[in-house]
Write a new protein. Structure first.
Length: 372
């Protein structure tokens, strides 16, 4: 008798459980489809929405009415230039729709916060001094002031923070802030009585550059340069995290084993050369070019392995443009395939783009509404 060999067992720890789709899940998904179309493309008629989402007109009519009642949408009048038949009534995102509170912990020596609308506009902005070792009340106080600064309904609070952040909003490790296994989202939710979602600053900034900026979400690598250095990677529209939630932690790649001590405990991490405080100590173009070459050497295997075409440096332009940026480009050109080097763009995103703030708001928008 032929023996049938059992297939080797494989770990399923990283897979999502399969369960029955509930009616409430379907309704949430359909609402998200409608909001996504209106956020991305502007005002639409109900017939437009039915055609673009493949939902029935009855479903569209029902959900649009619900979203209007909840303050997300408004009727905006008829489409201009319509002459034949009954003119279509357009619906769009309400100018008084719910907003988010966004916090940015990535900057050198400061905490920034804002009230952000559904399409990424910052309506209110504040900042306060914040350094390693400062009391958590600095964060909760700023969030409370921002909550009180808007009369509109608040969907929740989004936070972009340096370090490794798990899906629940716990900061597993953030050497520059001195945090380890700190339940940032839970602590702030208890203090402010709103839903709170936290993510790695570079990851949320990469999402913002794709959602609100000019980033190529097919393959984008965004490097945040502030009090520390981080990297966010988008591939085919999705942010990479990995099972360790540490995807993009390029700041703690060792580039000089004999270099300065890093907050993480290693010596000579990229961050000890590239973080904003370190760059401010450099007085010559040659010194900045050397740092750019180190950064380029760290980025090259990431760009080559993942096939990334868009590399964005997000930080103080006065420290990054010129010798450092040129050196990054040259290092990539020398160390990767000519085919890749000819197609990769390396560019700066100015701090005025507020990518961590708007990315933190986008995180809330996705978690609460399903809109990317």
């Amino acid at each position: 008798m032929t023996q049938i060999k059992e297939a080797p067992s494989r770990s399923t720890a990283g897979r999502r459980p399969v369960g029955k789709v509930r009616p409430s899940d379907t309704r949430r998904h359909h609402r998200a489809l409608i909001l996504q179309q209106l956020v991305d493309g502007g005002a639409r008629s109900r017939a437009d929405l039915a055609r673009e989402t493949a939902l029935t007109r009855v479903t569209i009519s029902d959900l649009v009415a619900e979203l209007i009642a909840e303050g997300f949408l408004d009727e905006l009048g008829t489409r201009p230039g319509t002459h034949m038949g009954k003119p279509a009534t357009l619906v769009g995102i309400s100018p008084t729709a719910p907003v988010t509170i966004a916090l940015d912990l990535s900057a050198d020596g400061q905490l920034a916060g804002g009230v952000v609308d559904l399409v990424g506009r910052i309506l209110v902005r504040e900042q306060v001094a914040f350094r390693r070792g400062d009391d958590f009340s600095v964060i909760s106080d700023l969030a409370s002031r921002l909550r009180d600064a808007t009369p509109r309904r608040i969907l929740g609070v989004g936070i972009g923070t340096p370090g490794i952040v798990d899906a629940s909003g716990t900061v597993v490790l953030a050497p520059n802030l001195g945090w380890e296994d700190f339940d940032l989202a839970g602590e702030l939710a208890a203090a402010i009585d709103l839903p709170v979602h936290a993510g790695n600053d570079a990851n949320v900034a990469a999402v913002a550059e794709s959602a609100f900026g000019s980033g190529d979400d097919g393959g984008l690598l965004l490097v945040t340069i502030g009090q520390g250095v981080g990297g966010g990677v988008l591939i085919d529209g999705r942010a990479l995290a990995g099972p360790l939630q540490s995807s993009g932690e390029i700041g703690h790649v060792v580039v000089d084993p004999e270099g300065r001590q890093c907050n993480c405990g290693n010596r000579g991490c990229l961050e000890t050369f590239l973080a904003a405080p370190a760059l401010r100590l450099l007085e010559t173009d040659a010194a900045r070019a050397d740092v750019g070459s180190k950064l380029g050497s760290v980025l090259t295997p990431v760009v080559t392995t993942l096939g990334i075409a868009d590399v964005v440096l997000y930080g103080p332009a006065e420290l990054l443009e010129g010798a450092l940026l040129d050196s990054v480009r040259n290092a990539l050109a020398r160390q990767t395939l000519p085919f890749v080097a000819q197609r990769v763009q390396v560019r700066l995103a100015p701090l005025s783009d507020e990518l961590v703030l708007t990315g933190a708001a986008a995180l809330v928008r996705y978690r609460e509404l399903g809109v990317v």
